[in-house]
Design a protein around this ligand. Structure first.
Ligand code: ATP
Ligand code: MG
Length: 559
């Protein structure tokens, strides 16, 4: 599979040509373990891993675990599982930023000794005020002129825990008038007594992201440090730190993060949806997380295909969810075996079909793949079809079953509706039809045509199973598009999940393996939920609908 060239790959190729990094390519994916990975992270993983793979380079998985207050082992485990599932291979190079806390500390002392860092006693609020704004210069901290000895002494005492949390920080001494706010004496270390998921209580000072990240990249010999656009104006700082330390210096390149329509891709918001029980957890099939998409039935290859399709650019945009869905449809159309299932059953009695007769009819497993062969499906006098496939008073161009109208039952016979049976409330409870025995297999010897083909299952043979239908998690394209003071959660779609407790499935689906995928004809692609399915008792999630013409007709009818 060849990946189209993009501007990041162009830079890598240029650097290979000029031997900037002696012909090496080494990328990394640096998640902070403060949440589960989402489809945006997949874009970053595919980009970083794809470059390493295609230019005979290396790829590291590195946990950027410098903020103990939000990080947990559960997230580390899930991230490892997700990156592996996507197919990115870090070989033996799994790293943790926390493993570099000691060298990071040493580097900080070096900066102090160079006169390029100082201990500051301003509160975080004061630091913010002193920083100034884009239009106003900053103000120097009164602690900026401390001597090297005093700074070194205070910093060492910060480390051993002599000062309370938040009472002091270590800052770089750069330029309080710098046009780039990130260069106005940024904080390198803060005091925080929090137990780290890996280093425990060994440290009570923790490095800030900008300080830590460049050192991590440098220590690992990363050549191209690829990150999202928000870090573009952090690059001068990234470069400043590495230059001042005089260490190996990777090249930072920024690209546009993925935004996907009808969902949110911020870990903070996803965490809020989980904690507030708006969804059933990080792997709820409606979530844009990799674990959610996996549970919905997405394949890793469809997600990789999606990441290639959308490309890599320098400007932010919102990609339509349909692009992701189409990537999966295209794949499953080729690979998913077909089956018949009726979600909302309507009883059909074929009055001229012999009582007690059962036929085993041949059904094609996959019209896109002849090698998938055929299977037998039982046919009998009493069937179920979808309620939607029958109308007592059909609108124009309704080609499915209606009084007096003939349709084809997929792989079976032509039937004609003769009578509608209602209960005392007036609800339709059964439709009586006749069949034409000469049309076995679905074709009439006299070549007469029917305009509609519908799916069915034999009532006596059908198995019942729960089927869950999903819709977009949010009602609008950009859920963050809200008036000031309004919460994005007002845009949650209250109908994002519909559970059908007893769908009627063709009997062969009884043994569907958890984690297997099917196309239920005319209904979409379905996935046997690996968590909720039991042997002989599958539970299905609809992964994605088919794009079918019925949907259009139905919509037109509703208008
Ligand atoms: P937060 O939402 O908390 O700011 P984050 O999504 O940036 O966090 P990280 O764990 O820092 O989370 O991300 C790991 C890597 O994935 C980073 O290199 C980041 O640039 C990249 N990344 C995160 N979100 C996206 C996205 N939507 N599209 C592309 N890359 C992303
Ligand atoms: Mg981040």
């Amino acid at each position: 599979m060849s990946v189209p060239i993009n501007f990041v790959r162009e830079i890598v190729e240029e650097d290979l040509k000029t031997a900037k990094f002696s012909g090496r390519v080494h990328t990394r994916f640096p998640p902070e373990p403060n949440g589960y990975l989402h489809i945006g992270h997949a874009k970053s993983i595919c980009l970083n891993y794809g470059i390493a793979r295609d230019y005979q380079g290396k790829f590291n998985l590195r946990f950027d675990d410098t903020n103990p207050s939000k990080e947990e082992q559960e997230y580390v485990d899930s991230i490892i599982e997700d990156v592996r599932w996507l197919g990115a291979d870090w070989q033996e190079r799994l790293f943790y930023a926390s493993d570099y806390f000691a060298p990071m500390y040493e580097y900080a002392e070096q900066l102090i000794k160079k006169g390029k860092a100082y201990v500051c006693d301003l509160t975080s609020e004061q630091i913010r005020q002193y920083r100034g704004t884009l239009t106003q210069p900053g103000k120097e901290s009164p602690y900026r002129s401390r001597s090297l000895e005093e700074n070194l002494d205070l910093f060492r005492r910060m480390r051993v825990g002599e000062f309370p949390d938040g009472s002091k920080v270590l800052r770089a001494k750069i330029d309080m008038n710098h046009p780039n706010l990130n260069m106005r004496d940024p904080v390198l270390y803060r005091i925080l007594r929090a137990t780290h998921h890996r280093t425990g209580d060994k440290w009570c000072i923790y490095p800030m992201y900008d300080w830590a990240h460049g050192i991590e990249d440098s220590l690992e010999g990363i050549t191209h440090s690829i990150c999202t656009l928000e870090f573009e104006n952090h690059r001068p700082l990234y470069d400043w730190f590495l230059q001042e330390l005089g260490v190996y210096h990777p090249r930072q390149i920024e690209f546009a993060r993925l935004n996907l329509s009808h969902t949110v891709l911020s870990k903070r918001k996803l965490l809020e949806l989980v904690n507030g029980r708006y969804v059933d957890g990080w792997d709820d099939p409606r979530m844009p997380t990799l674990s959610g998409l996996r549970r919905r039935g997405y394949t890793a290859s469809a997600i990789r295909g999606f990441c290639e399709t959308i490309g890599v650019a320098k400007f932010n945009s919102i990609i339509d969810l349909v692009v992701l869905e189409n990537s999966l449809r295209e794949e499953l159309n080729k690979t998913a075996p077909r089956a018949m299932a009726v979600l909302k059953p309507l009883k059909i009695l074929i009055t001229n079909y012999p009582e007690n007769q059962i036929e085993e009819l041949d059904a094609v497993n996959n019209p896109e793949d002849a090698s998938a062969g055929t299977r037998k499906v039982p046919f009998s006098r009493m069937l179920y079809i979808e309620q939607d496939d029958f109308r007592e008073h059909p609108p124009a161009k309704f080609f499915r079953l209606a009084p007096g109208q003939e349709v084809r039952l997929r792989y079976a016979y032509f039937i004609t509706c003769r009578e509608v049976i209602k209960n005392e409330k007036g609800d339709i409870v059964e439709v009586r039809c006749t069949y034409d025995p000469a049309t076995r297999g679905g074709d009439a010897p006299d070549r007469r045509k029917v305009k509609g083909t519908i799916h069915w299952v034999s009532a006596a043979h059908a198995i019942n199973a729960p089927v869950r239908l999903y819709d977009n998690l949010f009602n609008i394209r950009n859920p963050d598009d809200v008036a000031e003071g309004v919460d994005y959660k007002v845009n949650l779609n209250p109908q994002s999940r519909e559970v059908i407790e007893k769908a009627c499935l063709e009997p062969g689906l009884k043994t569907a393996a958890p984690g297997s995928r099917f196309q239920f004809e005319r209904l979409g692609y379905f996935f046997a939920d690996p968590k909720d399915s039991l042997p002989g008792k599958p539970v299905f999630n609809r992964t994605v609908t088919l794009r079918d013409t019925w949907a259009k007709i139905e919509r037109a009818e509703k208008k």
